[in-house]
Design a binder for this molecule. Sequence first.
Ligand code: PAF
Length: 274
Amino acid sequence: MQVIRTIAELRPALEDRREISLVPTMGNLHAGHLSLVRIARERGGTVVASVFVNRLQFAPHEDFAHYPRTLEHDCELLAAGGCDIVFVPTEQEIYPEAQSFTVQAPADLADVLEGQVRPGFFTGVCTVVLKLFNIVRPAAAVFGKKDYQQLLVIRKMVRQLALPIDVLAADIIRDAGGLALSSRNGYLNDSQRAEAAQLHAALRALAEKVRSGRTDWPRLEAQAVEFLSARGWQPDYVAIRGRAGLEAPIPGAALVALGAARLGATRLIDNVEV
Ligand code: PAF
């Protein structure tokens, strides 16, 4: 596996490659990321992963400075997972000047749920992802369903900007207790780790009620919030939405239950398709 740090080195390295699949990451990789690499691998062609902690998607009070950076281990995992090239740009390489030109995601999709709690988050994500797409020029890119809203935002960006890229979605990988794998799980202490799977439990229970035919969505959402609050979480939201574009639910539509909540100082997100 080649480790490449600059755009100038990456471009010629990719010139003669067939069918590139990109797996964009912020590093601190785990089995969830490796499942994205596996999906990319299965397409054949060249697998490129990027490792870049994107300052633009962090608010000033968030964990950019503390975000775990474990490049050596990440490279070992990527090499073992069959990645061909890992692109590890510096901040100067991606943002050589203040990034005043940004990608504004549509409000109906990006200013709700995550975007409401983290204003500017999807602008930061879309801007760096579009930039990575332009640098790597992949035929496909793989994103995890754990970041469900991010996946929908990127799909819409690709569709509306006519980018010639297939966006592939990878299912959530969970630990034995049901906790969705996430780099931020590393912030949890032992007792929080034991509790953390309850976010999934709450969403699963909610999804089950919806599956059984309940349509009193606001009440079901409030019950899940109460369940988590009573256990010591600080929920940001629990919401039932349409899977197509996070639209308000209607009976019979394909739905997803999404939630985000803080456990101590750690903010976790998860979702369950109904
Ligand atoms: O999902 C992530 O890790 C990040 O949001 C992404 C897509 C790599 C952009 O920085």
